[in-house]
Design a protein around this ligand. Structure first.
Ligand code: ATP
Ligand code: LTN
Length: 334
């Protein structure tokens, strides 16, 4: 385990679609908040997105798009390591090793695997099954102390911890056992049309999600159409009012207010008015990000330079961990 002055953070986002308000509130917003206090590594996990069939040209474009969004959301490329997973081969290499320390039973219990297998029943590939092993490799290669993610990734983090502990028990202290960092608010933003389901960037119904770079008119239309519940009160009740509760969560997280403050603020309002207030707050939050994104997305030289630098810095850390692992398990080193 290397010497680290600051605690280290690692997280990643798949380039599997346009990043959503859920990705922003559950993950990216916190990435930016944590960058001063921690030594941060943020990755575009392109290999993970191959578990679902991708259009090659779109995938390439989206990988740049995630990087540009990292920067547009406030991540400083000098301060943080920003890179693409496939640029550092140690991720795939460690994944093979860790796969030999992960049980089929553990992987079969993963909710994301079950959900994605039923959604893509025509393509239940082995990558979908071993996905969490690659994720564990991402995190453990950098000896991350903390992993900021949305609520849906909690189970994968637990598996990562189990694999790290298992390896450490056999071979002696090798990996830092990471902790999840899941925000109190915004960790599980739900779909606008189907609030029982999480907002997901790969949803085929575009009315279900708000993209981070969506135009204000379109954002307002989607909030206007968002599903609400029976009754007229604006109160937080996930079980009986999933639609309104989701909108309250969004408004609270975007404005930094507590749920009870939001309920109070809108106690005399109708659903329609409240939906427009949520839309306005989201537009206000996302507009500067969209403007910054549009400024940098076409500057491929700038983005490529960041990627080269990021991969170099990531590689330096990752190759040391991989070498230590190879030695400990008994591989002959060249
Ligand atoms: P996909 O639809 O392709 O599975 P996704 O939208 O779930 O993608 P990921 O790339 O898997 O997004 O996730 C990036 C980060 O955003 C993760 O930390 C994840 O937990 C978080 N996240 C994803 N969806 C939400 C959501 N609806 N609410 C809060 N956080 C979320
Ligand atoms: N599995 C995550 C994306 C991801 C990740 C990671 C997150 C891949 N590797 C490492 C944190 C740390 C997802 O589906 N959201």
């Amino acid at each position: 385990m290397g010497d680290k002055a600051k605690k280290r953070i690692f997280s990643g986002v798949q380039p599997s679609g346009h990043l959503t308000l859920g990705n922003y509130l559950g993950a990216l917003k916190n990435f930016a908040i944590l960058q001063d206090e921690y030594d941060c590594i943020y990755c575009v996990v392109d290999l993970h997105s191959l578990t679902v069939r991708q259009n090659p040209e779109e995938l390439r474009q989206r990988s740049y798009s995630v990087l540009a969004l990292y920067i547009a959301c406030g991540l400083d490329p000098e301060k943080n390591i920003l890179f693409i997973q496939s640029h550092v081969p140690a991720h795939s290499e460690l994944a093979w090793v860790l796969g030999c320390y992960t049980y089929m039973g553990e992987l079969g219990r993963m909710t994301q695997f079950k959900e994605k297998s039923s959604k893509h029943s025509e393509n239940i590939n082995s990558g979908l099954f071993t996905y969490p092993v690659l994720m564990a490799s991402d995190i453990l290669l950098y000896n991350a102390d903390l992993v900021p993610v949305g609520d849906d990734q909690k189970q994968h983090l637990e598996l990562t911890r189990d694999v790290a502990q298992r390896f450490n028990n056999i071979y002696g202290e090798t990996f830092v056992v990471p902790e999840p960092y899941i925000p109190k608010q915004g960790a599980r933003i739900m779909s606008l049309q189907d609030p029982e389901k999480k907002m997901s960037k790969s949803d085929e119904n575009k009315n279900n999600f708000i993209s981070i770079i969506e135009e204000p008119n379109s954002i307002m239309k989607k909030f206007k159409k968002a599903v609400t519940d029976s009754g007229a009160e604006i109160i937080y009740d996930e079980a009986n009012k999933p639609g309104i509760s989701n909108l309250i969560s969004i408004y609270a997280t975007v404005t930094g207010k507590a749920i009870h403050e939001v309920e109070k603020e809108f106690e005399n309002s109708r659903y329609g008015e409240f939906k427009m207030a949520v839309g306005d707050a989201v537009v206000a939050k996302l507009t500067p990000i969209r403007i910054k994104y549009n400024e940098i997305i076409s500057d491929k030289d700038y983005l490529d330079k960041i990627l080269r630098n990021g991969a170099e810095r990531a590689e330096e850390i990752a190759s040391k961990t991989l070498d230590e692992v190879y030695r400990k398990i008994g591989l002959v080193r060249p």
